[in-house]
Design a protein around this ligand. Sequence first.
Ligand SMILES: [Zn+2]
Length: 574
Amino acid sequence: MVNVEEVRRAALRWALKNALDHGGRAQAGPVISKVFAELPQAREIVGEVVSLAKEVVEWVNGLDRAAQEAALSELAPELLQPPKKRVEERALPDLPGAVEGAVVLRLPPEPSGYMHLGHAFHGIVNYLYKEKYRGFLWLRFEDTNPRKVRAEYYDSYRDGYRWCGVRWDAEKNNSDDMELYYQYAQKLISSGHLYVCTCSREEMSEQRARGYSCSHRSMDTSWHLEQWDRMLEGRYREGEAAVRFAGDPAASNTALRDPVLLRIVEHPHPLKGDRYLVWPTYDLAVAIQDAVCGVTHVLRTAEFMFRDELQDMIRERLGLKNPVYVEYSRFEFEGTPLSRRRIRELIEKGMVEGWDDPRLGTVSAARRRGIAPESLQIFVRSYVALTPSRKEYSWDLLYAINRRVVDAETPRLFFAPNPVPVEVRGLTKRVVKAPLHPSTDLGWREIEARERLYIPRDDAAGLRVGDRVRLKYLTNLRVTDAGGEMLVAECEDGGPEPGLRVIQWVPEGSRRVRVLVPKPLFRGEEIVEDSLTIVEGLAEPYEASLTIRSRVQFERFGYCVKDSEDTYILTHGI
Ligand SMILES: [Zn+2]
């Protein structure tokens, strides 16, 4: 004998499974085959099975992904595959001229502000290449501007890279080699490649903008050497003298128009104090350090391109070896500014709370929000290209990866946003034992249910007298009164069935929590007014046992991180 109810339940299981495996849409064909494979006797009523399966598939396709998953996780958790963590292992594009075991790379952060995701991705790209070629990676702080550098940022970069899973082989500061820059400068002044100029900053900008050189450039070498000594001795004040590169004052690449390579900075350095007055600029320090560190490949994004030529020329004049420059695509996320200047502006205007505000693209924000470092690595591996393109990525791409990475270890709990009480007549006190995860073994929790419980307002709003709904792991119910601020329903024992929406619920005694829901700050150039909303609700009592920083999936709501005793941050949806 064929049991039609059994056929219906089988069709529901396989339709949910098929939908979840295929982006939310099930096909009747495969569902019917599965039903016949499971229940061979059902072939006696082929016509009925087909129409039943079609009906079930149609209903399942009308559910969103979270509802499909909620239903299947109760009905047949064994069919719910824990998502595969790794996407296809994508091979990194080869670096030009790279030889295994002989590749030297460097991370050059300037410890002058918080680390954003662009820095993190740069760190990861370098690290992945170091691994690919079994090379060597330097962490080198570009800290020769005492006015910009702050002591606390050295550690924040170290922590940030470590958190991203980036491991480096050696570490140094550009400020460690001041004597070396002085020696090279002396050499370049003697050979006429650098000159001392006492023009004002305004005069220099004027010359560089209009493409001519000043009279200092043609002075005797002895005069320059003498002024150089005077600079080192502190006989010039800041702004009164600088050492410039004897380049091409009218070069089309403006970086070559006699830029300043050493200048006086009357400001203590966080590591060196006031031991030095004359500091190399970024270009001189990097040009020398890349050679000193034996860097073979410089991985960089397009905005640094115009500096390559200057740095190469400096090294050529010193007889040092040039690295190969490799341009990679820059990563940006839509609606999320990465520049420190813009982020500082947002903080100053009070539009965000601080550097770790969950709407920002800083590493501390991503971390606080619950993005796993492994997800960043997979993201880079999946999307890095050695091209000059600059692409804005959708946050959804990163979320999709993060979901795969964190899902299996993230417990699932019930949360009722904007809860509405339900009086379930006939529901006697019972303890429900519910798994913390439907497909990986994270253990169980117990929820004690009584006549009075709470469901999400969105679910309650759609219910009319006579409607039926399933409370996950607990019971089915039929609504008998849906008039006011409260629902009254009758308990109908039974299992999940097609047509019955599965919703979460929380018992009396649940905890009041709030969830911060961050969205991108900008839509195009326009600031989004409600980029951070707060959802209040009740979380089932087990929530109290979660420690701060724990991840949780509030079923049918989203992945969240516990940020404080009563506050969560939404990482992303389900
Ligand atoms: Zn001058």
